[in-house]
Design a protein around this ligand. Structure first.
Ligand code: HT7
Ligand code: ZN
Length: 841
């Protein structure tokens, strides 16, 4: 496959003045007619008229009304064109019913929908399918469907047709079309500019009762973007459509967002509190793209973090404002460490702004999204809230309507704040997680903190240079008082020291408060002390986590019993009613098993998945035993009497109540869980109880009951599939997943169901890494089967193998063979070929 390089960027030699598209919908023979006005760019160096096109049957092509014969290439066509403005017309035929890859125009349950990011528009018609080509689209849809939608504002409609016009120039990846039998949940929003916007959430009949929360989240997002960023919505309508078959969470098409049904439909009976929170965040994320992504888009796909990193950062600010800032920060850091750190420390490492790719779909990664958001968070920390606001205002003012770059983005910060960001830019160009070693000394009342940074070299970045690392530090006196509130230290050199004079005793430092940079610390803090006294909620949680980790690693490598200090500290916090219940839920949560494997590997020990599993079980049981006396009362005190609401306060109560129930179940054989399952009136309670019943070895009846109750509901059944896999014992996990693939409702072409079963399985650390290699074979078998049908979802799931070099020689050899088998599959997609090649490197 061809490799595309950032350094080779050249602009397209033509501007696209306007685009008219007509769709005549038919499942296997949709006709797409395009009429596009092109004008040569006078200063263009490259005047090649190349239009992308894939899987299209060209029926006819004309220039200024005259038939032409374009030259086909392997990825589109070229054509001789005049050196003056001209009108290109083409008619193509496509086959949405056969489109199982879910890119371009496809069908889901009989409904037509599109997914064009990143390069799907070229499967709809011939076009310069690149984000720096922006144009105004008018779309006519002919089809016998009651609902016919496209981007922008409705122009006119009649029986069997509708016309839409989007006045905002946009790249083709933001194009969307939906046609089907859908019902709408409607509302309105008045913008700060006084514009009335008609909002609609279009869903399949039967799903109307699951729309209210998503609609409220949309209105909250619209208001928040006005209040916090001064950004108002800019069309008369905003449509969202829920689709069952979708490769990712959702897509921000201009004025017509398309959502995976799982990312928008919610009701208390069918959705957990976590589902509600995720839906609120995704709706906000897609809505925020209207400015960061749509009004200002990316010059090329190397700049993907320009819109994704910024939009993730914005959605995390929104969630922090709507819910709890510390809890949101903790959950973001857990995700960062679980997904981005392994990526940055393994064969798939790449900079936040990659410099080359073969298949861009493979670069919608935790690095581009989550590390991209962390980079913006650091930038805000460094320039301060006021500097950030000035820079963002300038960004929107200067680049509205542009296809911009990271250079443009950094330039507005430099101009707005006067800060030189040359060194900071390395966060965009260097791969790898910096490691920061900490040492300290105390002399004559002066405390000195010394840092040394080091980023392990990788093939993506063989010679990493020092980064600008903002380290948030506070100091506590030995009796637990804060003697220095949080200060930002800027580490810019390989090694650097910072002094704090005027102290009467050696303080206890609280370092990297709020996880102020996406780095790993090499440092042994006084965790028990910080757990008891730190004023920074993030570092207090971190202290609990460090204690848990140390205790677990002791059990795994030395067989030691769970640490009493950890048990006392966590037990104390769990019962401390002055703390937010949601926060206490996180303090209890133990590090994930693959995180422990990463820590062991980092420390030079080969991780043994079975030993990690066993140590985690021992620790859970030890905590349950330690708290046995207080658990029933704690459980009773964290039941919610009020009618269900998915808000942070109730969700926190339920989270803690369920955490307590998980411990109780280890003591009572699952009696309390059975009672909760039997009496549950919402999915959060029902699903948690079901999980603990499975763990207690008495889940069969409840699973059958759950299936009978929910077999009509696709999204709930995804939970049923996933839960059985994740709660299986390591020895049974592969067999459980395999048995589920034989279930009549295992529709493997539906990405949600495939991920619920095999994606969940690859996240079952000890099950996936079973000694006999059965987990590796199972996943490889299914990836080989899925690849010809849906390369994008297959390629994403290959990342389950990215950590393979951590494990023992026998496991590595088994994984190596499976990777080889996948690589040898006939006609393997470009997506999966690139992933497997990089993982094997
Ligand atoms: N911008 C979107 C990214 C995306 C995508 C979404 C759905 C299906 C396929 C996709 N490929 C890329 C989603 C987002 O980040 O907001
Ligand atoms: Zn996004």
């Amino acid at each position: 496959p061809q490799t595309i390089y950032l350094k080779d960027y050249t602009p397209f030699g033509y501007t696209v003045e306007e685009v008219h598209l007509t769709f005549d919908l038919a499942p296997s023979a949709t006709r797409v007619t395009s009429r596009i006005r092109f004008a040569p760019t006078p200063e263009a160096v490259d005047k090649t008229f190349f239009l992308h096109g894939e899987n299209l049957s060209l029926i006819s092509a004309k220039i200024d009304g005259e038939a032409v014969k374009p030259n086909p290439t392997d990825q589109g066509l070229t054509c001789d064109v005049p050196n003056v403005p001209f009108t290109w017309e083409a008619e193509v035929q496509i086959d949405p019913a056969a489109n199982t890859a879910l890119e371009g125009l496809y069908q889901s349950n009989g409904m037509y929908c599109t997914q064009c990011e990143a390069e799907g528009f070229r499967k709809i018609t011939y076009y310069p399918d690149r984000p720096d080509v922006m144009s105004v689209f008018t779309v006519r849809i002919n089809g016998p469907h009651p609902v016919l939608l496209s981007n922008g504002n409705p122009v006119a409609s009649g029986d069997g047709w509708a016309e839409w016009h989007d006045p905002w120039p946009k790249p083709a990846y933001l194009f969307a079309l939906v046609a089907g039998e859908l019902v709408a949940h409607r509302d309105t929003f008045e913008t700060m500019e006084g514009r009335k916007v008609d909002l609609a959430l279009h869903v399949r009949a039967g799903d109307e009762g699951k729309c209210a929360f998503g609609m409220q989240a949309l209105k909250d997002s619209m208001k928040w973007d006005e209040d916090v960023y001064g950004r108002a919505y800019d069309l008369d309508v905003f449509n969202i459509v829920a689709v069952d078959d979708f490769n990712m969470g959702a897509m921000e098409n201009k004025g017509l967002n398309i959502f995976n049904a799982s990312a928008v439909l919610a009701s208390p009976e069918t959705s957990t509190d976590s589902n509600f929170e995720r839906i609120e965040a995704i709706i906000a994320h897609e809505y925020f793209h209207n400015w960061t992504g749509n009004r200002i888009t990316c010059r090329d796909w190397f700049q993907l973090c320009l819109k994704e990193g910024l939009t993730v950062f914005r959605d995390s600010q929104f969630t922090a404002d709507m819910r709890s800032e510390p809890v949101k920060r903790i959950s973001d850091v857990i995700v960062l460490r679980a997904h981005q750190f392994p990526e940055d420390q393994g064969p798939l490492a790449h900079p936040v702004r990659p410099e080359s790719f073969q298949e861009i779909n493979n670069f919608y990664t935790a690095t581009v999204y989550e590390k991209g958001a962390e980079v913006i968070r650091m930038l805000k920390t460094l320039v301060g809230d006021a500097g950030y606001k000035t820079a963002l205002d300038l960004y929107f003012e200067r680049h509205d309507g542009d296809a911009a770059t990271i250079e443009d983005w950094l330039a507005v910060f430099e101009e707005a704040t006067g800060r030189d960001l040359t060194q900071f830019k390395r966060w965009y160009s260097q791969a790898g997680t910096p490691r920061v070693a900490v040492s300290d000394s105390f002399e004559d009342g002066t405390y000195t903190l010394s840092f040394a940074q080091h980023t392990p070299p990788s093939s993506a970045t063989p010679d990493p240079q020092a980064q600008v690392i903002p380290i948030a530090v506070g100091l506590l006196s030995p009796d637990g008082d804060e003697v220095m509130p949080t200060q930002i230290l800027e580490l810019t050199q390989d090694s650097q020291s910072f002094s704090f004079p005027g102290l009467s005793a050696k303080p206890v430092p609280s370092i990297l408060r709020g996880c102020s940079a996406p780095v790993e610390l090499e440092h042994t803090p006084d965790n028990a002390f910080l757990l008891a006294h730190d004023t920074d909620p993030f570092n207090r949680w971190e202290a609990a986590r460090n204690l848990a980790k140390a205790s677990l690693l002791g059990t795994i490598t030395g067989g030691t019993a769970p640490d009493g200090g950890w048990l006392d500290g966590v037990a104390g916090l769990l019962s401390d009613d002055t703390l937010d219940p949601a926060y206490r839920g996180y303090v209890f949560a133990m590090p994930g098993q693959s995180q422990l494997a990463a820590d062991l590997h980092q420390a030079g020990t080969t991780p043994d998945p079975d030993a990690i599993w066993a140590a985690s079980e021992v620790h859970r049981k030890a905590l349950a035993d330690r708290m046995a006396d207080v658990l029933p009362d704690l459980y009773a005190r964290h039941q919610v009497d009020a009618p269900y609401a998915p808000d942070a306060a109730q969700a926190g109560q339920r989270a803690l109540g369920n955490t307590v129930l998980s411990l109780l179940s280890l003591l009572d054989g699952g009696d309390a869980a059975q009672a909760q399952f039997d009496g549950a009136t919402n999915m959060t309670q029902q699903l948690a109880a079901l999980a603990y019943l499975i763990r207690a070895g008495r889940g069969d009846a409840a699973l059958a009951q759950f299936e009978a109750q929910w077999k009509h509901d696709r999204l709930v059944m995804d939970k049923w599939f996933g839960l059985q896999v994740i709660e299986a014992d390591p020895d049974d996990a592969a067999d459980t997943a395999k048995a589920l693939t034989l279930h009549p409702d295992f529709n493997w072409k539906n990405p949600n169901r495939f991920r619920a079963t095999l994606g969940t399985f690859s996240g079952h650390h000890a099950g996936f890494h079973a000694k006999d290699g059965s987990g590796y074979t199972l996943l490889a078998d299914w990836l080989i089967k899925l690849d010809p049908v849906n390369p994008q979802t297959t390629a994403r799931m290959c990342s389950a193998f990215q950590t393979w070099r951590r494990y023992d020689a026998i496991r590595q050899s088994m994984i190596g063979k499976e990777l080889e088998r996948i690589a040898a599959a006939p006609n393997l997609s470009r997506d999966t070929t690139e992933m497997i090649t990089r993982i094997r490197e």
